[in-house]
Ligand binder design. Structure first.
Ligand code: FEO
Length: 398
């Protein structure tokens, strides 16, 4: 039987030979409700070159797609732009089968691949700005260190103007379409990917965007390792990354909470009402129904974060601790906000939430807490907290 998986032609010489992971629903803590793709690319130069591989269980799918273009054993070079296992997992098996003349990675990539596979495979380190002749085609390498791993690297196919950007400008989206113009609903997944993977590295992203702009590279296409290939909106996704990286606050608040007996829920709703009546677009995200990665995504274009927790055994409620830990790691800047919550006898969680927000750099207003069930005064205080956050946000937006 003919191999069921086919390559997709990207340019005269470039083919997509990756894999579609329709099943993936969790990418290290990030809810990937629409699956993902692991993109790999074959450049059919005189020295056929494979750019990145796929997650290990998808090696056969990739080999099948390669076979629809050429004998995998004819591949001479492999470029590893990024050593994370979703792009390098299949590499040992491919190396065994293909036996390429050379494997290339950034200097940090050489170390990272060795630390993953504990092998003696000689991987050639390429420097920032170095070029590689493929015979009729040429690749130019640009380090993209910490976007989002130390080893990350972009490879640019001169002439055709294709930028292989590893995780850069990617998104988790399994689809039958390989190109952005065939995937008009890409925005939400691109924003979610930035918010959950790249946000902590935003200063480095801005420096990299600047470096690309000054380098004179003018990619006609951007071919990332996840999601669609940018052939229509390459400029737009670069511009969106700049916007997201700058993290300017917007007139939007996120109210995150969990509740035991409905008291923190009531405070959350009152606080939200205070925000709404002050003219702030507000989203209340109860943690029983909101995934941490969706909260991070909503925060991307917000300016305020309010977090509420009941106290349980002198601690923050577990789901609230989870989301605070996750958001702290993502290091969203330029937020105002508040901590609130309910308690039975001591109320430690409210101070703990406040401390966490302070550690995250959120400029907070006074906390609001209530014992057992909020009375009218407590609800008024929560409403007032919302109004104070709204006023602080308006100041920040000026
Ligand atoms: Fe898609 Fe950083 O791996």
């Amino acid at each position: 039987m003919k191999d069921p998986f086919q390559a997709v032609k990207v340019t005269d010489k470039v083919y997509w030979v990756g894999a579609i992971d329709w099943d993936l629903r969790d990418f290290h803590g990030y809810a990937t409700r629409r699956g993902t793709t692991y993109n790999a690319y074959l450049v059919m130069a005189d020295q056929p070159t494979l750019i990145d591989t796929v997650k290990a269980p998808f090696a056969d799918e990739m080999l099948s797609r390669i076979s629809s273009v050429c004998d995998p054993k004819s591949i001479r070079y492999i470029v590893s732009n990024h050593s994370e296992m979703d792009h390098s997992g299949a590499l040992p098996r491919i190396l065994d089968l293909v036996k390429p003349k050379k494997v290339f990675a950034s200097a940090m990539g050489v170390k990272a691949l060795k630390a993953h596979f504990h092998w003696d495979m000689p991987v050639t380190a390429v420097k920032d700005g170095e070029k590689l002749e493929l015979g009729g085609e040429r690749l130019a390498f640009t380090e993209s260190r910490m976007v989002h791993w130390p080893d990350s690297m972009f490879s640019y196919l001169e002439g055709a103007g294709v930028l292989f950007s590893n995780d850069g400008f990617g998104m988790h989206l399994a689809s039958s379409s390989r190109f952005d113009d065939e995937t008009p609903d890409w925005y939400d997944e691109a924003a979610k990917y930035y918010a959950n993977i790249l946000l902590p590295f935003s200063d480095i992203v801005l420096a990299l965007l600047d470096k690309i702009a000054k380098s004179g590279l003018s990619p006609k296409m951007i071919a990332p390792d996840h999601g669609p290939i940018w052939r229509k909106d390459a400029t737009k996704i670069i511009s969106l990354w700049g916007e997201w990286a700058r993290q300017k606050p917007r007139n939007k608040a996120i109210v995150v909470f969990d509740t035991m007996w409905g008291s923190t829920d009531k405070l959350a709703r009152a606080a939200a009402e205070g925000l709404i009546t002050a003219g702030v677009k507000t989203m209340v995200m109860p943690l029983r129904g909101s995934h941490r990665s969706d909260i991070a995504t909503e925060l991307l274009d917000a300016g305020a974060l309010l977090v509420g927790s009941p106290t349980i055994n002198k601690q923050i409620f577990p789901t609230v601790a989870d989301v605070l830990s996750y958001l702290k790691g993502l290091r969203r800047k330029n937020l105002v906000g508040a901590a609130f919550g309910s308690y039975g006898w001591a109320g430690e969680s409210i101070k703990q939430v406040q401390d966490a927000l302070t550690e995250m750099g959120v400029a907070t207003v006074e906390t609001v807490k209530c014992q057992y069930v909020p009375d009218a005064a407590a609800l008024e205080a929560a409403y007032g907290m919302g109004q104070k956050v709204a006023a602080k946000l308006k100041e920040a937006l000026r």
